[in-house]
Design a protein around this ligand. Structure first.
Ligand SMILES: C[S@@+](CC[C@H](N)C(=O)[O-])C[C@H]1O[C@@H](n2cnc3c(N)ncnc32)[C@H](O)[C@@H]1O
Length: 196
C-alpha cells in the first residue's frame, strides 16, 4: 500500500467513530470481499448444511450477514424465506442483486432490530461480537424464533475471542450440536442451539 493511501486509511479509521460508518468505509474499499473466497466455503457449507437439514424449507434470519455470502451459498429450493440483515447499508446494497420473492436484504442493527415475523433458524455467523454478549444476542432474538426454532452461531478461533468461547460454553441456551471447521486462514467453532 502506498504511504499516502496508508495515511488516509489510518485517518479515516480514527475519524469514522460510528460503527456503521466504519463498516461502510471498509465495504466501500472492498476490504471484506475475501469472505467470498474458496477458503471460507467450508464454514458457510457447514452452517447451510445444519440449517437445511434441521429446518428443511424453513424461514431463515441471518444477523450481521455482510454482503450475503452465506445466503448466496444456500440451495434456494431449501428455504421458504431468507432475511439477510446487516448494519452496513453498503454491504446490504451490494447483496440486493440476489433478492427475489423469498430472499430479502435488510439494513438492521442487531441491537435494536425488531423483525416483522418469526423464523425457524436464526444465524449469527462471525457477527455475535457486536451484540454485547452471547446470551444477550440469543435472548433478544429468542422472541423471533418459531416454536422448536434453532440458532446457529459461528465464533472464530482468534485468541482475542477467548471470552466469546467462554460465554458460549456458559450459555443458558441448550446445545443441539457443535463442530469445528478448520479453514486455511482460520478455525471456526460452530454451535447449534435450541430456542427457549
Ligand atoms: C466479520 S463480518 C461477517 C460477515 C458475514 N457474516 C460473513 O461471515 O461473511 C461482521 C459483520 O457484522 C456487521 N455488524 C457489525 N455490527 C453490527 C450490528 N450492530 N448489527 C448488525 N450487523 C453488524 C458488519 O457490518 C459486518 O458485515
Amino acid at each position: 500500500m502506498a504511504i499516502a493511501t496508508k495515511i488516509t486509511d489510518i485517518v479515516n479509521r480514527k475519524i469514522l467513530r460510528r460503527d456503521r460508518d466504519r463498516w461502510n468505509y471498509q465495504y466501500n474499499l472492498g476490504r471484506w470481499e475475501g469472505l467470498g473466497d474458496i477458503n471460507e466455503l467450508a464454514r458457510f457449507s457447514v452452517i447451510a448444511g445444519y440449517a437445511q437439514h434441521l429446518k428443511p424449507n424453513g424461514k431463515v434470519l441471518e444477523i450481521g450477514a455482510g454482503e450475503g455470502y452465506l445466503q448466496q451459498r444456500f440451495d434456494k429450493t431449501k428455504y421458504s424465506l431468507y432475511y439477510s440483515t446487516d448494519a452496513s447499508d453498503v454491504a446490504v446494497e451490494n447483496g440486493k442483486k440476489y433478492e427475489d420473492e423469498k430472499t430479502k436484504y435488510v439494513i438492521a442493527d442487531m441491537n435494536d432490530y425488531a423483525p416483522d415475523q418469526k423464523f425457524d433458524v436464526i444465524i449469527i455467523n462471525e457477527a455475535i461480537y457486536y451484540g454485547g454478549s452471547v446470551d444477550k444476542v440469543l435472548g433478544r432474538f429468542n422472541a423471533y424464533l418459531e416454536q422448536g426454532g434453532i440458532f446457529i452461531v459461528s465464533i472464530n478461533g482468534d485468541e482475542r475471542n477467548a471470552d466469546w468461547h467462554r460465554m458460549m460454553e456458559a450459555s443458558t441456551f441448550s446445545k443441539i450440536d457443535g463442530t469445528t471447521v478448520v479453514c486455511t486462514r482460520n478455525t471456526f467453532y460452530i454451535t447449534v442451539l435450541s430456542g427457549k
